[in-house]
Write a protein that binds this ligand. Structure first.
Ligand SMILES: [Fe+2]
Length: 291
């Protein structure tokens, strides 16, 4: 019932207004992150490794991870500029009734788990997110959006770039589109003044990519640097193990978690029978042979 109560949250309103205002800054060290997926431990590892002036997140704050509120709280506390991701929109479309039904019908997912954990503050944060935002830094124009199309399409030509770009098209000014969604780090240069980039996912990789580190980008005075840092995956794996013992979550969702945060070689490995003892390596790797 608490989640159905609507009271104007002025802090959230001001935060949202600030997010969509065009901002111009000079001599900026920018942290670009995306696809956090309820993983604050990866964010903490980035924070221990890097410093920055502004942080910008390309969406997917929730789903496919166990700690949605901690992740959202990190973004609020760090005054991140953020846009909505497709997983955020999906979780916002859930309800307590749909989550209860999912559990009863044995199709409970991380999305349902995340919805159940979200407080009104968390829901307000997700509801306040714009689809895109623009800003200018060090003479470069940026436009940020979670994804290019409804699938995993990418911009391959200057014509496609110009058609997508919603701001002024000054050919002499460098323009950069920033996307998330694919979970793959890249910089795609269309010409010397026009590029799009993707900082990759803070949280997890695609099935063909076994790198378990948190991915991000640093842009300092316009210069782009790729970042990757190992983090403690054990707390996320422990939560998956707890769900495994409860037997309430879909098997495929748990297989994903053991691939993302454990040492499973694919996201469709058989689930471990028992993982009560999980030795930890120096970097938080999961050493249980059966997992
Ligand atoms: Fe994602």
């Amino acid at each position: 019932m608490k989640k159905e109560t609507h009271v104007i949250d002025w802090q959230a309103f001001l935060f949202r207004t600030w997010l969509i205002m065009p901002i111009q800054v000079m001599c900026l060290k920018l942290l670009l992150i995306s696809d956090l997926h309820s993983n604050p431990y990866a964010l903490e590892a980035i924070e221990k490794t890097e410093s920055w002036d502004e942080v910008c997140c390309c969406g997917d704050f929730v789903d496919y991870g166990p700690f949605p509120m901690e992740t959202i709280r990190w973004c609020i506390d760090h005054h991140a500029r953020c846009v909505l991701g497709n997983h955020d929109a999906y979780v916002l479309g859930l309800s307590e009734i749909s989550c209860t039904e999912a559990k009863r019908e044995h199709r409970f997912r991380w999305a349902h788990d995340n919805y159940c954990q979200l407080t009104e503050e968390g829901l307000d944060f997700l509801r306040s997110l714009p689809r895109s935002l623009s800003f200018s830094a060090d003479g470069i124009e940026y436009q940020v959006q979670h994804q290019y199309d409804q699938a995993y399409g990418t911009i391959e030509s200057e014509e496609q770039f110009d058609a997508f770009w919603t701001g002024p098209q000054k050919k002499e000014t460098e323009r950069r589109l920033v996307f998330g969604h694919t979970h793959r780090q890249c910089v795609h240069m269309l010409n010397e003044h026009t590029l799009w980039l993707n900082p990759g996912s803070v949280s997890y990789r695609r099935p063909d990519d076994h790198d378990k580190r948190a991915h991000y980008m640093i842009v300092e005075q316009g210069k782009i640097r790729f970042g990757k840092v190992a983090y403690d995956r054990m707390p996320l794996l422990n939560r998956a193990e707890a769900y495994l013992k409860q037997g309430t979550m879909l098997e495929t969702e748990l297989q994903d978690a053991f691939f993302f945060f454990g040492n499973a070689l694919t996201s469709r490995e058989p689930l471990p029978e028992s993982c009560t003892k999980l030795p930890k390596t120096e970097k938080g790797d999961h050493d249980c042979e059966t997992c």
